[in-house]
Ligand binder design. Structure first.
Ligand code: MN3
Length: 245
């Protein structure tokens, strides 16, 4: 019998194994697109490799979109975040979660940069690790949690799609834990649920950069495609960890 722990360990091993196959020329983390010729600060934040090959989510999410989304968009958030904290030891030493959870504690002159780019880094890191080749189904236990909160798994999916379709412009739809309760919500731009005191379990990126190459204006088709590639073991691991506190 395969336990959840085994699945998580296998995912980690797969992430390491997949590390090489994603090095598409010009799109690899080592050479993200940067405006201008200045070398950006190399840390403290780094672009995590995709935990699977760029074509792993085909046909639901295409390889070109994944390459550009991860290697250029996510990389740009990381580089801009590093620029925002450069020379500020107090901020550079803080965790990403701490920075985006407590925006009012940030100096006014870098608050917006950290809100947008720290949020972008956090949200995308969570997004990549919420998806997997071939997708999955929620466990019986977690399906029970979704049913308790939303009426059924299908009703949860409807609520999540509704939140995704309800985002005007760019943003995210979320399944979160709010004081022990499962909730569906959305955030504009790169705002994170952490800033609202929620623990994000699953996010759907509804920025056009996430789907326009394949789906153009058909956001609903893209959202339905995301449901086909969810890594429920990852979502449920976040749920279990949040409930343990
Ligand atoms: Mn995005």
């Amino acid at each position: 019998m395969t336990t959840r722990r085994d699945v998580l360990r296998l995912c980690s091993a797969a992430a390491v194994a997949a590390g090489h196959s994603m090095l598409v020329p010009g799109l690899s983390p080592a050479s993200p697109a940067i405006a201008g010729s200045q070398t950006p600060p190399q840390g403290p934040f780094t672009l995590p490799p995709l935990p699977y090959a760029v074509d792993a989510l085909e046909p639901h999410i295409d390889a070109q979109t994944m390459s550009i989304h991860h290697g250029r968009h996510h990389a740009a958030y990381v580089n801009n975040l590093n620029q925002a904290v450069a020379g500020r030891a107090d901020l550079a030493g803080r965790s990403l979660e701490s920075l985006v959870s407590a925006l009012d504690t940030l100096p006014a002159e870098v608050r917006t940069a950290i809100r947008n780019n720290g949020g972008g880094h956090y949200n995308h890191t969570l997004f990549w690790t919420s998806l997997k080749r071939g997708g999955s189904q929620p466990s019986a236990a977690f399906a029970g949690q979704l049913t308790e909160a939303f009426g059924s798994v299908e009703k949860w999916q409807g609520a999540m799609a509704g939140a995704a379709m309800g985002v005007f412009g760019s943003g995210w739809a979320w399944l979160c834990l709010d004081k022990g309760r499962l909730v569906v919500s959305s955030t504009p731009n790169q705002d994170t649920p952490l800033a609202q005191g929620h623990v994000p379990l699953l996010g759907i990126d509804v920025w056009e950069h996430a789907y326009y190459l394949k789906y153009q204006n058909r956001r609903r088709e893209y959202v339905d495609a995301v449901f086909q590639v969810i890594d429920w073991a990852a979502v449920e691991a976040r749920f279990d960890q949040a409930r343990r506190g």
